[in-house]
Design a protein around this ligand. Sequence first.
Ligand code: ATP
Ligand code: MG
Length: 258
Amino acid sequence: MTTQEISPDSDSNDADVLLDIQSMELRYGAAVAVRDISLKVKRGQLVAVIGNNGAGKSSMVKGATGLVAPSGGKVLFRGADTTRMSANAKVGQGLVMVPEGRLIFPDQSVEDNLILGAYVHGGLKSAKAKATREKVLELFPRLKERLGQQAGSMSGGEQQMLAIARGLMAEPELLIIDELSLGLAPKIVDQLMGVLSALNNDGLTILLVEQLASYALAIADHAYVIANGRVAREGPSQVLARDPEVMEAFLGRKKPAA
Ligand SMILES: Nc1ncnc2c1ncn2[C@@H]1O[C@H](COP(=O)(O)OP(=O)(O)OP(=O)(O)O)[C@@H](O)[C@H]1O
Ligand SMILES: [Mg+2]
């Protein structure tokens, strides 16, 4: 995607905006986790959200997906106000999240986890769901070999594959991934980033929340830096990756040279 397509002028073309978070505030009781975040994800983009621990990234995506109700602002999905819509209803509309820490069902088999991912569309009954399962298993052959295995007994990387695969089973229009790299070796992170990049090239819109900023910026079109519940920086990833303040604050943990 070119930088022209994500210039401020293109805001006039709202039909392209899939997720539009407008001045979100989100509190846990008296504690304010998100102070004021506005963020747009356009159809076809891969947008990265980076920021330190406790910055409010996960709270923002919980507010966007309906897992926690924002205390202020709006969340538009495909142009409609979904601020008060339940998380389940949003999944049905194509707003799907792979949560931080994966949260797969550890006692269930890999296959059952995939079926649970498709529950909003009635499980694996439809031909479409079966075709999606085939595509997902093609994308992750490791899972295909392990369909009967208890999900919790797989490696961290395999569990993250399953979490993404389960998300894909819900037929997302926008896939939000919170901390892809959590606890994973650099080689696995690289592999999974490659999968996300391929999915995005295939047309899937992705919002990637990621502590390892250099990995996320390497595959994203556009990026937001979140600090203290606000947007501290925003711009094309290539520009942010060269921003001295961003480099100093977030790019200390560099992607190892290939
Ligand atoms: N359920 C909760 N109850 C109370 N406070 C919470 C809750 N969840 C998060 N917070 C607080 O909200 C703030 C933002 O947390 P959040 O998890 O959104 O940050 P984050 O940017 O995702 O951090 P990390 O990089 O560690 O995942 C933190 O101060 C955190 O302690
Ligand atoms: Mg988080």
